[in-house]
Design a protein around this ligand. Structure first.
Ligand code: NAI
Length: 414
């Protein structure tokens, strides 16, 4: 699918709604400069605009034209600004639709502290986690039955007649909304596989499966079991799991299990454990150093990635990617929304999109350009030049606009 013409690659981009234009202008300059600096013209990018969002609706009468999706499928990597979810009946979230259409099952969100970023933690440098969020199932692909509708009544009647015990667990059986969520073995295991492979390739030490299996046994609990199974089957010689520890402890006692674990970790094996979601949230704040790579279901991942991001500067800074590793394509995007309240004012923080661009270059194996982007951004933040969202949290910092910030990132690459 790559349109990689020797050293020239075509990268589609979606500007996005709201602040999309503000942050894309700066990001594009940063990305281009990093390539020029890293490769002196031997590698170049041709940018290709893809219609989506408000702009597409105004021009083509469609928020997400079919040809936009078809074009994205022809390319290995694409980058996008935020898209507003159209308000009013009948429109699904454009972001969710894109993920579904391209089967972008891995949402990858690295969260890391850069010196100079505001943080409520005493040791923000402890935050260095990469979240693999399953992107295709859970309540995002759920079936919803609003209260007092015909579908809802039909489902309640079915439960009443076929599953009376289950039905009797509903405290109120009228005016009750219902959501059903699917979690499958296939989706659980492919996200686990992606997380494990990434952890092994990047010499990470631990993968934590986060779930709410104590309450949702057959979805979240099954996710946990299937994830362990995938690790133990596909990474048998490369990981040591908490399940294995438990089995050994039962058979031979805890001391023996601890020795087995210590020996495995000494040999560089990845430790795989699991945590219930509420515990994971508490630990994320109290002891973030405990997390390395996280793999989780869609909704948990949504909450957890914003919670981690809030520890180190917020959603304006943390990047994200949506990837299908088997198809070999990825859509790299800002994690935040379209922030209409500050749109068009040249004040939004472009860091999330800039760092997503660095992730994209890493994905394309243009690591030198990615490293320059990160260096430029880190130096800029460390120098105390920040956009308004960080300025309010950082006494003594200098307030800069979106475009000034982007220019400083460029200047600081050298
Ligand atoms: P939002 O992220 O747009 O805004 C939340 C708050 O964060 C606002 O106060 C905003 O000003 C601030 N903010 C966001 N990005 C910022 C940045 N780069 N620099 C400085 N401040 C920033 O979330 P909201 O209001 O819930 O969503 C607005 C729209 O965006 C909705 O239609 C939503 O569906 C969509 N959305 C799209 C996403 C995507 O394209 N991946 C992700 C999240 C939301």
């Amino acid at each position: 699918m790559t349109h990689n013409n020797g050293e020239k690659i075509t990268i589609p981009f979606i500007i996005g709604d709201g602040i999309g234009g503000d942050i894309w202008n700066g990001t594009r300059r940063v990305l281009e400069h990093s390539i020029n600096l890293a490769y002196s013209g031997t590698r170049t990018v041709e940018w290709m605009e893809i219609a989506a969002g408000e702009k597409a609706f105004q021009e083509k009468g469609d928020y997400l034209p079919a040809e936009s999706i078809a074009e994205l499928k022809k390319h290995k990597a694409a980058i996008k600004g935020p898209l507003t979810t159209p308000v009013g009946g009948g429109y699904a979230s454009l972001n969710v639709t894109l993920r579904k259409e391209l089967d972008l099952y891995s949402c990858v969100r690295p969260v890391q502290w850069f010196p100079g970023l505001p943080s409520p933690l005493t040791h923000p440098e402890d935050v260095d986690v990469v979240i693999f969020r399953e992107n295709t199932e859970d309540l995002y692909a759920g079936i919803e039955f609003p209260a007092d509708t015909e579908e809802n009544e039909t489902l309640l009647a079915l439960l009443r007649s076929n599953f009376p015990d289950a039905y009797s667990r509903f405290r109120y059986q009228q005016e009750v909304g219902i959501d059903l969520k699917p979690i499958s073995k296939q989706a659980s295991q492919r996200i686990m596989y992606a997380a494990m492979r990434w952890a092994v390739q990047n010499q990470r030490k631990k993968v934590s499966i986060i779930h709410k299996g104590n309450i949702m046994k057959y979805t979240e609990g099954a996710f946990r079991n299937w994830a362990y199974e995938a690790a133990e089957r596909d990474f048998r010689d490369l990981c040591y799991t908490k399940r294995t520890w438990k089995k050994t402890a039962q058979k031979k006692g805890k001391e023996e299990a601890d020795l087995e674990k210590a020996s495995a970790l000494k040999r560089g094996l990845v430790f795989v454990d699991d945590l219930i979601a509420d515990n994971a949230f508490a630990k994320a704040i109290a002891n973030p150093a405990d997390f390395d790579v996280v793999v989780t279901t869609n909704l948990n991942g949504d909450y957890l990635s914003d919670a981690f991001a809030a520890l180190v500067g917020g959603i304006g800074v943390s990047p994200g990617a949506n990837i299908n590793y088997e198809q070999g394509w990825g859509l790299f995007e800002a994690n935040h929304g379209s922030a209409e309240d500050i749109a068009g004012q040249d004040k939004a923080n472009p860091s999330s999109l800039i760092l997503s661009g660095a992730m994209m270059f890493d994905f394309l194996e243009w690591h030198e350009a990615a490293a320059l982007i990160r260096r430029g951004l880190e130096k800029t933040i460390r120098s105390g030049n920040v956009t308004f969202d960080l300025h309010t949290q950082l006494p003594g910092s200098s307030l800069v606009s979106t475009s000034q910030f982007s220019t400083l990132v460029i200047d600081n690459m050298e």
